[in-house]
Design a binder for this molecule. Structure first.
Ligand SMILES: *Cc1c(COP(=O)(O)O)cnc(C)c1O
Length: 414
């Protein structure tokens, strides 16, 4: 295949981040320029128009998850929202109990604060998952104790795209009077979310996985039935009813709401389009679960259907993902596992939790299909991936073959 030096690789890393949609950027620009005021400036027009824009965004985001506007707190992203939810609840409720439950496949932005609290003397249960990546509700029910104060289970996994049964988890938590937090960073704008129907008490959101800007997110905190308490983790000017101080980032907030509104307006049609692209890619690569003729040595990681439409995570037997990525990168930009874990080059804790062998974990690829991908791109990626796999496997066979010959000739001469 001829590589054109001027063309940029096809972007298939939508779980790491997404580009800002032009319509989102357009909505943001006035709030950098003429409407630059501080929403907390209560004495003049600049402040009022910024405050009005923030309030409108709050309403849009609340509507998106069936919450009320005053239940939305703006944060710098889902990492901060997760920290605020988990540490904030732990500090508010430690006199009722010091046991927290989460799941082994959570994002580091949940596992990190959980382990931090464990270091302070809280007790944390990290539940295993089934081989398809889904939480077993019986495991959860067994783990809940009289001193459990919080259960945190993500909506959609950032590596394998697997969706957790939020409504069933919410019902179980409500029945046992335990608060339920969900990290919905990958889910907002991709699947319907309803904090009432799903009985969710706290939910973390972020803009940059849904074609909004980086550096803005939100935490939903339930105010009624039950009223959830959190202790603020940042002290300062008392913004967000004292729960999250810091000047509100008006342009980012406006962009966040616009991004979510756009995604929800087109949720069904766009999910169907992306699902068709994902299934097409999976079929061309011969991934079991998507084709009647699976390719030997290709493994699917995670449940075939209870997953985000745009996610495909596979392991390719007999190749190193790092070599595969290097071969793929002129044509396609994707990741092994999560962007954050890749930087540390540690094996994926998510694939470990699925019970995958170290070899298959080291040979995993995560395709993340998004709004701007086309069928032609998918076909090009599939073809190039197959060629690259075949080349790597052949060079490995050649290497093993030549080693074998060398050993034979040593034996004969010896
Ligand atoms: C991206 C991501 C985060 C971190 O969100 P930021 O807004 O980048 O801090 C947390 N959880 C999940 C599941 C994610 O995918």
């Amino acid at each position: 295949m001829v590589i054109q030096p001027m063309s940029r690789p096809i972007y298939l890393d939508a779980h790491a981040t997404t580009p800002v949609d032009d319509r989102v950027l357009e909505a943001m620009l006035p709030y950098f320029r003429e409407h630059f005021g501080n929403p907390s400036s209560a004495g003049h027009l600049y402040g009022w128009e910024a405050a009005a824009a923030v309030q409108q965004a709050r309403v849009t985001l609340a509507d998106a998850i069936a919450a009320s506007p005053e239940e939305i707190l703006f944060t710098s992203g889902a990492t901060e929202a997760n920290n605020l939810a988990i540490k904030g609840v732990a500090e508010a409720y430690y006199q009722q109990g010091r046991h927290l439950i989460t799941v082994q496949t959570e994002h580091q932005a949940v596992l990190g604060p959980m382990r931090y609290l464990a270091g302070l003397g809280f007790e944390v249960t990290e539940l295993p998952v089934q081989t398809d990546g889904r939480l077993d509700l019986a495991d959860l029910e067994q783990a809940i104790r009289p001193d459990t104060i919080l259960v945190s289970v993500m909506a959609a996994n950032n590596e394998i795209g697997v969706l957790q049964p939020l409504a069933a988890i919410g019902a179980l938590c409500r029945q046992h009077q335990v608060l339920f937090h969900t990290d919905a960073a990958q889910a907002i704008g991709k699947i319907p979310l309803d904090v009432q129907a799903m009985q969710i008490d706290l939910m973390s959101l972020t803009a940059h996985k849904v074609y909004g800007p980086k550096g803005i997110g939100a935490l939903y905190v339930r105010r009624r039935n039950p009223r959830v308490q959190i202790i603020p983790q940042l002290q300062g000017g008392g913004q967000e009813r004292g729960l999250r101080s810091g000047t509100l980032a008006t342009p980012q907030i406006v962009g966040f709401a616009k991004a979510v509104a756009l995604a929800l307006a087109d949720l069904e049609a766009e999910s169907a389009r992306i699902l068709a692209l994902r299934n097409r890619l999976a079929q061309q690569l011969g991934v079991p679960g998507y084709t009647d003729a699976p390719q030997p040595g290709i493994w699917l990681n995670g449940h075939p259907h209870q997953r985000l439409a745009g996610n495909l995570n596979i392991s390719v037997e007999g190749v190193e993902a790092s070599a595969l990525l290097l071969g793929l990168q002129p044509v396609v930009a994707l990741s092994t596992g999560s962007a954050c874990t890749t930087a540390k080059a540690t094996p994926s804790h998510v694939l470990q939790a699925l019970g995958r062998s170290p070899d298959l974990i080291a040979a995993s690829l995560r395709f993340g299909i998004g709004r701007f991908n086309t069928e032609a791109e998918i076909d090009r990626v599939a073809a190039h991936t197959l060629t690259t796999i075949a080349t790597l496997r052949q060079s490995r066979r050649d290497y093993v073959g030549s080693t074998h010959q060398l050993l034979e000739s040593v034996k004969q001469s010896g």
